[in-house]
Design a protein around this ligand. Structure first.
Ligand SMILES: NC(=O)c1ccc[n+]([C@@H]2O[C@H](COP(=O)([O-])OP(=O)(O)OC[C@H]3O[C@@H](n4cnc5c(N)ncnc54)[C@H](OP(=O)(O)O)[C@@H]3O)[C@@H](O)[C@H]2O)c1
Length: 430
């Protein structure tokens, strides 16, 4: 039987999962492709590390050229992470006519188009299913299953760490700091969690999804990003009382050819399917003009879920090799980029305010909303006896972003308002 030779750049969490599947699922791979897939070399940083699969010890190397310049290797799987080195190694592999599979969302969000162009120039495949949603086949769903539809909006819970933190804060009434420490101890959050908790990881994934769903070449600079560090327990408790859950969601919406792409803590109605996506799970809710609403749900990371996405990409590459169709499955954004301006962006909003506990305070607030022609969906007021003030939580109806920014300013200036403590967008209402 003909053999396909694979080189791995990286043997960490995901690399180990890939090796596991290539070792234990050989029969399935042969059934799918009619070929046998063998691992030829594995690039690592530290040869002394103990590995789960010690039978591959003789394949380990510290020299990337043993993979990227090796004429015996057909396919390179990049699971080392980082930007510049990975970018260089992928370029060299493509130049050497090797097909590439990567899980690297940081790299694909920043340099995806450049790398896809290089792959096209060299007639090679470049697949990256694992870069968004781990084991959820969302990229394939956008480019194949929903290829005939016009996608109008995507709402994604695409970062497992922040979803874990917000779920725990909601179900166990604990503070952000406490849950973060617990998540770090359990390995759900990195020692430096900045990229996750500041929303950057989710922003990168929304960029990749937007390229595929809309073919619009958005960059990270186009994403309005806010993380979860200022979400207070009180925000979560008031959201619940009003019938909502707070999640870190990415939204990417296109209307009249203009895109609005953002990541931030967002309220979702408790009866919305995304509201019950808890812990480290991911889900992407897709609105298609013809299909209506669909949701893709599953484990967003982890050794085997991520490896499944990579090995499925590997099967695609091998099938393309058999059919001589490599280099024809690349999706480069080809539409003009026009971003929505603040005066055309509309949303519902949640606000939490501290107000003076005195007669007429609430009516002054509702009066201000009336004057500004912003109608309210829900409002609750509760006394904070210890602080001798009251807390008010509001959900507005849909309003223009500019109008909301104005009322936010006016509320802060109102003498009965002590402070607007927080505000977030609300998504997923019919
Ligand atoms: N973990 C997940 O669940 C997940 C999910 C989706 C996507 N991803 C993406 O998958 C990629 C890999 O993630 P991971 O969690 O598997 O990372 P990881 O556990 O840190 O593993 C990285 C591997 O690459 C090797 N490596 C790193 N830099 C290297 C260098 N300069 N030269 C040679 N070898 C190098 C390391 O070698 P040593 O073993 O010798 O240290 C290690 O084997 C990243 O792009 C990540 O964003 C991960």
């Amino acid at each position: 039987m003909e053999k396909i030779s694979v080189g791995l750049l990286g043997f960490g969490t995901v690399g180990t999962g890939v090796v596991h599947l290539l070792t234990n699922e050989q029969e399935k791979l042969q059934q799918q492709t009619g070929l046998s897939v063998q691992i030829s070399k594995i690039l690592v940083k530290n040869l002394e590390k103990t590995r789960k699969f010690d039978q591959y010890e003789q394949l380990l190397t510290l020299d990337p050229s043993e993979i990227i310049d090796n004429p015996e290797i057909d396919i390179v799987i990049e699971v080392m992470g980082g930007i510049e080195e990975a970018r260089r190694y992928i370029h060299s592999s493509l130049k050497n006519k090797k097909h590439v599979i990567t899980a690297n969302k940081d790299l694909m969000a920043l340099y995806g188009n450049e790398l896809l162009q290089a792959a096209a120039d060299h007639g090679c495949d470049l697949y990256y299913e694992a870069s968004v949603g781990g084991g959820i086949p969302i990229l394939r769903s956008l480019t194949e299953g929903l290829a005939a539809d016009r996608i109008t909006k995507m709402i994604g819970i695409v970062n497992g760490t922040t979803n874990y933190i917000l779920s725990k804060m909601s179900h166990q009434s604990v503070s952000y700091e406490e849950v973060l420490q617990e998540a770090q101890a359990l390995g759900f959050a990195e020692a430096d969690p900045t990229s996750d908790v500041e929303g950057l990881d989710a922003a990168r994934k929304m960029v990749i999804l937007s390229h595929l769903a809309y073919s619009i070449p958005v960059t990270l600079e186009d994403v309005n990003v806010e993380g979860i560090t200022r979400v207070a327990e009180e925000d979560i408790q008031y959201s619940k009382k009003l019938g909502f859950a707070i999640k870190l969601v990415g939204t990417a919406e296109v209307e009249d050819g203009e895109i609005d792409i953002r990541v931030g803590p967002t309220l979702l109605p408790l009866n919305h399917p995304l509201a019950s996506v808890d812990n480290e799970n991911n889900a992407i809710y897709v609105y298609g003009k013809s299909v209506g609403e669909t949701m893709f749900y599953g484990p967003g990371a982890g050794e085997l879920p991520t490896a499944i996405a990579i090995v499925s990409d590997l099967i695609s590459v091998v099938k393309n090799l058999k059919h001589g169709s490599n280099g024809h499955h690349l999706f480069l954004p080809n539409q003009k980029k026009q971003c929505k301006s603040a005066d055309s962006i509309e949303s519902q909003y949640f606000l939490r305010l501290h107000v003076k506990d005195q007669p007429g305070a609430l009516s002054k607030i509702t009066g201000l909303f009336n004057e500004q022609e912003i109608s309210l969906l829900k409002i609750i007021q509760e006394p904070l006896f210890k602080e001798k003030l009251a807390e008010v939580a509001i959900i507005t109806h849909t309003t223009k972003q500019l109008q909301f920014e104005q009322i936010y300013q006016l509320l802060n200036d109102l003498d009965s308002v002590i402070e607007v403590k927080s505000y977030y967008r609300v998504e997923g209402m019919k």
